[in-house]
Design a protein around this ligand. Structure first.
Ligand code: SF4
Ligand code: FES
Length: 254
């Protein structure tokens, strides 16, 4: 099989692709293939990684035109077509070189973020939006010495959102992020909703109001790619839809 890898650095006028041959072993991941590429072909190939165990969120990239974690995506499964994700197509994944998904793996940087070098993108915009939603726990009473008990049913509701590893796969997979560079994006909105439903925080919709702006909840058009590409099963689209319902109901009751 062949692996085609996107290459870019600041001295280049436009990106190019390098292709190399690989004999994939069972269980071999795209990240392992990138290490082989570095060792055998070009040690200047650049990509981010840390945990190599789908925990740190640093290795998200576009693999066969779907945002995925390189450390978790197995090459044999990709070639067999077992990892197909039916995402809604959007312009950033349309541009391509010729590539045969049954014999080749195409690896490109995550869309919607500026490329620094090869597969490394600048995550500043993603984290700017994340900070905007004030992602810190704000209990009703900061000075209380009393234990704040959470019931299992409440923990279960939160858990699906706390699983986010901030990989930005959803940001790279969202058609609206591509159209509107001011849109806060799926991960930030899902996190905001997570604090809204935390029973230890204030009741009401004060948290939701942070994103009650044109580039917040209201910008989502429910494409649903965020949920399909999330490696942790976080459903930002559900959080956004619930937040929109709550905000609409609160406006009706005024
Ligand atoms: S919601 Fe999922 S895809 Fe988005 S940043 Fe979190 S873990 Fe990654
Ligand atoms: S290297 Fe940490 S999630 Fe892939």
């Amino acid at each position: 099989m062949k692996i085609k890898v996107y290459r870019f650095n600041e001295k280049m006028d436009s990106p190019s692709y390098d292709t190399f041959d690989l004999e994939p072993k069972p269980g071999m991941t795209v990240m392992s293939a990138l290490f082989q590429f570095q060792e055998k072909f070009d040690d200047s190939l650049s990509f981010h990684y840390s945990c190599r165990g789908a925990v740190c969120g640093t290795c998200a990239m576009l693999i066969n035109k779907v945002p995925r974690l390189a450390c978790r995506t197995q090459i044999e499964s990709l070639l067999k077509g077992n990892l197909k994700v039916p995402i809604f197509p959007y312009p950033a994944i349309g541009k391509t070189i010729s590539w045969d998904p049954e014999k080749e793996v195409l690896v490109e940087p995550l869309p919607h973020l500026p490329v620094i070098k090869d597969l490394i993108v600048d995550m500043d915009l993603f984290f700017k939006f994340y900070r905007f939603i004030e992602p810190t726990f704000k209990p009703v009473d900061f000075n209380s010495d009393e234990e704040m008990i959470m019931y299992p049913v409440d923990v279960k509701k939160l858990q699906v959102y706390t699983n986010c590893i901030l990989c930005a796969a959803c940001f790279g997979g969202c058609p609206i992020v591509g159209q509107n560079p001011k849109y806060l994006g799926p991960a930030a909105l899902a996190k905001l909703y997570r604090f809204h439903i935390d029973p230890r925080e204030a009741e009401g919709i004060s948290r939701l109001k942070i994103a009650d702006i044109p580039n917040g909840w209201w910008a989502c058009e429910s494409y649903g790619n965020c949920f399909k590409v999330c490696p942790k099963g976080v459903p930002p689209i559900k959080a956004i839809e619930k937040a929109v319902d709550k905000l609409n109901n609160s406006k009706k009751s005024i």
